[in-house]
Design a protein around this ligand. Sequence first.
Ligand code: AMP
Length: 491
Amino acid sequence: MLYERPRDACGVFGIYRPGYAVAHMAFDGLFALQHRGQESAGIAASDGNTITVVKDMGLVASVFDDRTLSTLDGDMAIGHVRYSTTGSSTWHNAQPVYRSSGEAGFAMGHNGNLTNTEMLLSRLGLLPGILSSDSDLVAEMLAASCEGSRFGDTVADSDIPRIVDSSYAIDRTVDLETACLEVLPLLEGAFSFVIMDTTRIIGVRDPNGFRPLCLGKFEDGWVLASETPALDVIGAKLVRELDPGEMIIISASGIRSLQPFSPHKIEPKLCIFEYVYFARPDSILDGLEVNATRRKMGELLAEQSPVDADIVMGVPDSGVPAGEGYAKASGIAYGQGLVKNRYIGRTFINPSADARADGVRRKLNPLKSTIEDRRIIVVDDSIVRGTTTKALVRMLRESGAKEVHLRISSPPFEWPCFYGIDTPNRDELLAANLSHKEIEEFLGVDSLAFLSLSNLRLAVGGGKRNCDACLTGNYPIPVKVDSISRRLAVS
Ligand code: AMP
């Protein structure tokens, strides 16, 4: 294994707009994706001859200013924001990853997590521990391929993927594209990539489409982004989301769409938790607006688990639409009972349980006038470790709540994610270790209800096209369970 557990739940961005200095647009795009990663940010830009990379630890606005952006010369750029957890916060893991190989070099940003890293390492002839992330491993494989190494399954001309919506032929002389066609089919797990050499940007979604990636356009250019709001903020129009298993190549000669993966591997499995928590409410995922799905989750939760109370409140930010939906369906008034400090990051990323509990106080302040002497229904999107939720319930009690009824707009989170959302090991997941009654007692609530799996699926359009492994333990790509530590190990 490369490291203990999956860590990357990131945001990626790419832009090609001939004649424009695009670094500021890449900045704006990344800024709109900041919720997907707050550990580090980076942009790689190409002026047609040279790739320049600026990346550092910290938020987009602290990594970049006018001075650094002005060094990122060129009309083509990719960007990346990376998610934070204990131990992985090193500059080396900041992206875009850059490799100088072949005639020039390439830069790459990755959202997701690979599940066959051990096999790939041995294929590359590397020992575990030499590379510090799966993104590094892919960059290494692409570089090796660009330099002429082969991994056994070379791409025969007859295997060249079909060209879906373009009249351009595959340019077999171009190293990076050929390298992608060779390397990508060997990868398993979750990956949405943006990859750039000096003259082209490649966007790829894994055959399950675990992580989102969309294509946008200007009259005179193209954009790739993890989520649609990154297009909105720079005035680009959404063309469509990339299909699972699709590879898009953007260059001066236009745009092409290829399918590098074998058709039997294609099975849409967009992460259901993107709808529950991770994505922005104004994102369109698989054609659905995330905010609307969260409201629906709240409505279904009210029908499924009603309770008599005076007021409904959502926990900012991701619990608010579900709270509104719950209020609408129950007929109980919605009230703002928690004020969020706008300048704070996500508390979940703090390493220790104490730090996370303190983080809740910094982040959310109760409005006493809404809460005091009231029976409250609190709607939040999920319970993971339970630390922040417990601190929140305590805060509501201290503010005089008469009753606290917790409603969660997703089913119990019992299984770690191996496809790109950072989650704790099984032994830290509250719902994997305690019974319903024990969770109620641990959190100190008067009642607790989770949205049922069937209702969650209903809210996201049926759920057939979604991965729900964190809720069901049904992993679309097999992972090994270590029965002693109860941790999951990547196979
Ligand atoms: P906890 O109380 O420790 O279980 O944390 C639950 C809170 O963390 C919920 O309010 C969610 O909004 C949020 N959350 C859920 N999943 C994640 C995640 N993967 N990363 C960061 N925050 C999350």
